[in-house]
Write a protein that binds this ligand. Structure first.
Ligand code: GCV
Length: 729
């Protein structure tokens, strides 16, 4: 391969459309040069044309320049490759292709009975010594390319029948909570734990956006294809991104476009007043509707592939339709109508609740709020209005039941929202791999074993598999399209992107699960480890893999063990939400209570004696959660107020479970810290080793603080000693 490879490299077209300078000040995350060795040492042919095909060609060229392979590119109609040998052919269906590609296409048609590969899909095969990626559209070629990178040598080492890959979710989106101006309380990035924004600094768009391009590349490599650029709390300066500062958004879109990522914008519902000088933002007022139509027209003139708007309305102080006696469907539909001529969508968030409640009032239950507001509106939202629902009824806690809204709006396009940024899960100072939790949520079946899963509900009817479509049709009486998956990004201008180097895995896993929600989170972690750390290039691959798995596989459960117990949630320091403060929110207006007293703890959300929240679920869950005997242990205190002596399904009492899990959680953190310390220094870079070590010290300190405050609090409340006599203060 060597010699002809370098001849090919010389032949390569060197146009640099998407070139990203190699920056030594930024960690390569899951795309280090070494991860491209298998592709980069091959003879590669790229067939087709289009912006994203150029990206594939550039990526292959870059890899081959480093690893000794070579690239040929032929647009349609180009010739001169018929007799040359190649190891990897990436071809658009429209291109004239070598015989092996035609054979793969025929095999795909024959075995699948289909003709179309789909907008973002690709077919992968290895036959006659050639690896073939075939796609109908350039985006498919890009995803196929990164899939081959992920497979490494295994993409080349054995015959592989034609496999069809396509994303389950049409939109796989990240929300940035980045502010343009540094907010006096929330800073440059709200709930950001990785430094400043990669887009803005101190009120201005960054001059150097190469990092945004590099970000797009990382996102494309894990499957993300949409991104909103600014905080859902849209303050005054940020409101102007819609009008006179639209150029900022266009510049970001230019950087991300070569990687197939469409840009969306969070808008302020009161924009017609704030920006347009109108006396009202009433969604049914004709002047308001026209204002939005004109503003949206200008957006599309500037950014033709603009994705749409994201809106947080009537929530935590943001303006919304309630001020005009209108509801959320009125508000969302107005924006949907403005976006419809251009194919845009509005993501309208369902995170709506009363954050000024009286803690004395036991009848108001924050968990009920989203359902109470939105379920009655089912069927009223336009097709291009997507209701974006947080996975749980509260707020991204380490453990919550799945939001009942997800099962309550069969005639509405729903997107499920996760939080990759670790607001409540250790703020990227703690190791907490969240994919197992997301995977559980995505696999949850709100209507019972025979009904659709959460992933099915969020899946586009026209992209999901036939079996999923059948289930959806049966369950909801119609095959409406799902709204996809959304997550709040954890990225900032930190050298490692995410503060904690191991928090990169959460971002990677989100993209992969949005592409295929059925993936095993541990297998996804494997992929991430192989790409990021390239163990095969180290002296002891197995040890490196083993250590990282031991640290991360169950880190979500470890975090749960030393924080708020049995689904009760919160108990964090108010405001910044880091570290323990058991009663921090107990007498506040935020609606996040645990009701611990000398006899017991937990929130009675039953129909029989509590807030009635269990009634928002369909059967079987409405009955399972209602029943003290059947309610899963891990959610017990979310649904029930019980005495400390209540015996869990696992045989332990509530109070003893609290003590045991808190001691155990801290021991587990100490153990992962020991494992990391023992890891041979040459297996990971010194910078990564040092950063992770430093953060593990903090994680252990904080976990001990959680353990001691929680255990002491409940010991003092209950007077029940630890059966094993361990130290409680
Ligand atoms: C962007 C939580 C966070 C807020 C966030 C809000 C939301 O309440 O603490 O910072 O605001 O969720 O999702 O809108």
């Amino acid at each position: 391969m060597g010699e002809s490879g370098s001849a090919l490299a010389r032949d390569t077209d060197r146009r640099t459309l998407v070139a990203i300078p190699d920056r030594t000040d930024v960690h390569a995350a899951w795309l280090p040069p070494e991860a491209f060795r298998a592709v980069g040492s091959r003879r590669v042919l790229v067939l087709g044309e289009g912006l994203l095909v150029d990206t594939v060609r550039e990526e292959a060229t870059r890899a081959c320049a480093r690893h000794g392979g070579g690239v040929r590119h032929r647009p349609p109609g180009g010739n001169g490759t018929a007799d040359e040998p190649f190891d990897l052919v990436l071809a658009l269906s429209t291109a004239e292709a070598p015989a092996v590609v035609t054979a793969v296409r025929d095999e795909f048609r024959r075995t699948s009975g289909q003709d179309a590969i789909g907008d973002e899909g690709f077919v992968l095969a290895h036959r006659d010594g050639v690896t073939v990626v075939l796609a109908d559209e350039p985006a498919g070629l890009l995803y196929g390319f990164f899939h081959v990178v992920r497979l490494g040598e295994t993409a080349f080492d054995a015959a592989r029948p034609a496999e069809h890959h396509r994303p389950a979710m049409r939109r796989r989106m990240l929300n940035h909570w980045d502010n343009v101006d540094v907010h006096p309380v929330m800073g440059q990035v709200e709930r950001g734990y990785a430094g400043g924004s990669i887009f803005w600094k101190d009120g201005a768009l960054r001059e150097d956006l190469t990092r945004v391009r590099a970000y797009g590349r990382l996102l494309a490599a894990c499957g993300v294809n949409a991104l909103s650029v600014n905080n859902v709390n849209v303050h005054r300066t940020e409101a102007h991104l819609l009008t006179d500062r639209l150029g900022d958004v266009a510049a970001i879109a230019d950087e991300l476009r070569p990687y197939g990522i469409r840009v969306h914008l969070s808008v302020n519902f009161a924009s017609p007043v704030i920006l347009g000088g109108l006396p009202t933002a009433d969604p049914l007022d004709e002047r308001v509707r026209q204002w939005w139509a004109r503003a949206t027209e200008r957006v599309y003139q500037t950014i033709p592939d603009f994705g749409g708007y994201v809106v947080k309305a009537d929530s935590e102080g943001q303006p919304g339709p309630f001020a005009y006696g209108r509801d959320h469907a009125d508000g969302a539909n107005m924006l949907a109508d403005a976006l419809a001529p251009y194919g845009g969508v509005v993501h309208w968030r369902a995170f709506v609740y009363n954050h000024r409640q009286d803690w004395r009032d036991r009848s108001t239950d924050r968990a009920r709020a989203a359902y109470d507001h939105f379920a009655p509106l089912d069927g009223r939202f336009r097709d291009n209005a997507i209701v974006q629902v947080k996975y749980g009824p509260m707020d991204f806690q380490v453990r919550e039941p799945v939001s009942p809204v997800i099962a309550a709006m069969p005639a509405t396009r729903l997107a499920v929202e996760f939080q990759v940024t670790q607001e409540y899960t250790g703020q990227q100072r703690h190791v907490c791999y969240l994919a197992p939790m997301w995977s559980q949520v995505l696999g949850f079946r709100p209507f019972g074993a025979d009904g659709p899963s959460v992933a099915d509900i969020a899946t586009d009817a026209d992209t999901g598999g036939a079996a999923e479509r059948a289930v959806r049709t049966a369950a909801d009486g119609g095959a409406h399209a799902g709204g996809g998956l959304v997550a709040v990004s954890n990225v900032g201008d930190d050298r490692f992107w995410t503060g904690h180097p191991l928090a990169q895995a959460n971002l990677y896993a989100f993209g992969r699960l949005a592409w295929d929600p059925r993936l095993d989170p541990v297998a996804v972690l494997d992929e991430w480890i192989d790409l990021t750390f390239v163990p095969s290039a180290t002296a002891d691959p197995e040890r490196l893999r083993r250590t990282l798995h031991a640290m991360m596989d169950e880190s979500w459960l470890t975090y749960e063990r030393y924080t708020a117990p049995l689904g009760v949630g919160f108990m964090v320091r108010p405001g910044h939400h880091y570290g323990p403060d058991v009663d921090g929110y107990e007498y506040t207006p935020w609606g996040t209570y645990h009701f611990a007293d000398r006899d017991g703890v937990g929130v009675d959300r039953t129909r029989a004696t509590g807030t009635g929240f269990t009634g928002q679920y369909p059967k079987p869950w409405s009955d399972v959660y209602e029943s003290l005997a059947e309610c899963p242990d891990e959610l017990l205190l979310f649904f029930h107020h019980v005495p400390y002596g209540h015996v869990l399904r696992n045989g332990s009492t509530v109070i003893q479970h609290i003590y045991d899990t808190h001691f155990e959680g801290v021991e587990q953190v100490a153990e992962i810290r020991r494992l990391w310390e023992k890891l041979d220094r040459e297996l990971v870079s010194p910078e990564v080793h040092a950063r992770v070590s430093e953060l593990l010290d903090e994680q252990l300190r904080c976990a001990e603080e959680w353990r001691d405050q929680i255990n002491t609090y409940f010991f003092r409340k209950s007077g029940v000693p630890d059966a094993r006599g361990r130290r409680i203060y």
